[in-house]
Ligand binder design. Structure first.
Ligand SMILES: [Zn+2]
Ligand SMILES: [Zn+2]
Length: 449
């Protein structure tokens, strides 16, 4: 009988009662075909591959990461609580060493959900990876975490949540934002003033094949992971780089995904996108599971796999080599570049318009971060939308220094109640979350003129 080299945990949660609409590509069949394939291949009969029932996250788990307007329950369905719960179940099993690694095959996905949530963006309401990570940090004292996002779309939500956190390395490899939703993830997006360089974006040209993905992993992702030395590696495992995916333009394969998994060695993989329901997902998922378990995956080949058609052109190869060189160079020079980009200030501001394509909401956001060399910095966010009103959100990081804690409470104390519908204070150090609701602002202003 086959025995896994690494004990690997699986969670399945197809979310039968959750869909954006019945014909939407984000639907339950995404996981049903995979489940059938996993049974057919007998993966669950292999000694060392174990299945767990998905847990459920609490509102407190969500409030550790997000500011939901007006609250977590109003932007989440039961399926969102369980999808994040599935990731948490795998995370806990890894942290408690019940398994070596694991894969949460869950939906709805999460990597487009940012820190502030007015609604759904890119099919995502809450960030299931971040909810899991912050639970593990609080419960098991894990500090340094790397997230490698291999979904074809830029993981802009995860990037936003960890933009200011020097303890979280976020690497996203995706199809170039000039050619695909959400239109971000360029090489110069490298993190905020207190965490410059720990956001790494690798935009790849359309028609990148397995060769290009593996080149990037070997020449860029692995050296960066080696230097960062995370205690935990999370893979946001999106499978829409597959050649048969209807929403994207890449030429990746199931074998390639398996090899990529073997190289990155994630402790926890969490399913993100992937919309080629029959042609890709069952094969890619089986490949990833075998690679996690340390088993031979060389027989995992899609029925419509055509090596000649999927071969990368010389132009694409050259472009990928140049991008990799460029990104590695930016990583190596992040220390000196930081001062050139940000200089020395006490506070930094940025203003953004964020579009929730799934729900059609426009959010206006103004963010202020305290410059700090001792911690990720106290963060103050003003946010508003026509649909959800306005809020002031203050975040004190888990490893905040004394000055940043004081700054957070000072902002809260001085908050002008006449200006916001809601005021939030998220103190990660104390693990508390205060909501002051039902304000009536004097001036209702949702857009900049
Ligand atoms: Zn995607
Ligand atoms: Zn600080």
């Amino acid at each position: 009988m086959l025995k896994a080299k690494h004990k690997t945990g699986l969670v399945f949660f197809p979310a039968f009662d959750w869909a954006i609409n019945p014909s939407h590509p984000e639907r339950e069949e995404r996981l049903l075909y995979t489940r059938d394939q996993v049974f057919e291949e007998g993966l669950l009969d292999i000694e060392g591959i174990v299945e767990f029932a998905p847990g459920i996250v609490t509102v407190e788990d969500v409030n550790r990461v997000h500011f939901c307007l007006p609250d977590a329950k109003s932007v989440m369905t039961k399926s969102h609580f369980i999808s994040a719960g599935g990731a948490k179940t795998i995370g806990v099993a890894v942290a408690e060493k019940k398994i070596k690694n694991g894969f949460a095959l869950v939906r709805p996905p999460g990597h487009h959900a940012m820190r502030v949530v007015h609604g759904a963006r890119g099919f995502c309401n809450v960030n299931i990876e971040a909810i899991m990570i912050e639970y593990l940090r609080k419960t098991y004292g894990i500090r340094k975490v790397a997230i490698v996002d291999t979904d074809c779309h830029h993981g802009d939500g995860t990037q936003d949540i960890y933009w200011h956190d020097p303890d979280t390395l976020f690497i996203s490899v995706h199809q170039d934002g000039r050619t695909l939703y959400p239109g971000s993830g360029f090489t110069d997006e490298q993190g905020g003033p207190n965490a410059y360089g720990t956001t790494v974006n690798i935009p790849l040209p359309p028609n990148t094949g397995a060769e290009g993905f593996l080149y990037t992993a070997q020449n860029l992702i692995l050296p960066i992971l080696d230097e960062f030395k995370p205690e935990l590696i999370i893979n946001s495992a999106g499978q829409d780089n597959h050649f048969s995916d209807p929403l994207t333009n890449m030429n990746f394969t199931a074998l390639g995904y398996a090899k990529l998994t073997e190289l990155i060695k994630p402790d926890i993989a969490v399913l993100e996108g992937g919309y080629s329901i029959e042609g890709a997902l069952p094969y890619v998922n089986v490949g990833i599971i075998l690679a996690l378990a340390g088993l031979d995956y060389s027989n995992v080949v899609e029925p419509d796999y055509d090596y000649e058609k999927l071969k990368q052109t010389k132009e694409v190869t050259k472009e990928i080599e140049q991008i990799s060189d460029n990104v590695l160079n930016l990583w190596n020079k992040r220390g000196s570049n930081r001062d050139r980009v940000f200089g020395k200030k006490e506070f930094y501001m940025r203003t953004r318009n964020i579009f929730y394509d799934t729900d059609g909401i426009y959010e206006l956001q103004r963010e202020k971060i305290r410059s700090c060399t001792n911690c990720p910095g106290a963060l103050r966010i003003e946010t508003s939308s026509k649909e959800k009103g306005s809020a002031l959100a203050i975040h004190i990081p888990l490893y905040a220094c004394k000055k940043c804690i004081d700054q957070g409470y000072k902002w809260h104390e001085k908050a002008d109640k006449k200006q916001f519908h809601m005021i939030f204070l998220q103190d990660r150090k104390k693990d508390t979350y205060l909501i002051d609701k039902n304000q009536t602002p004097k001036v209702e202003k949702y857009f900049y003129d």
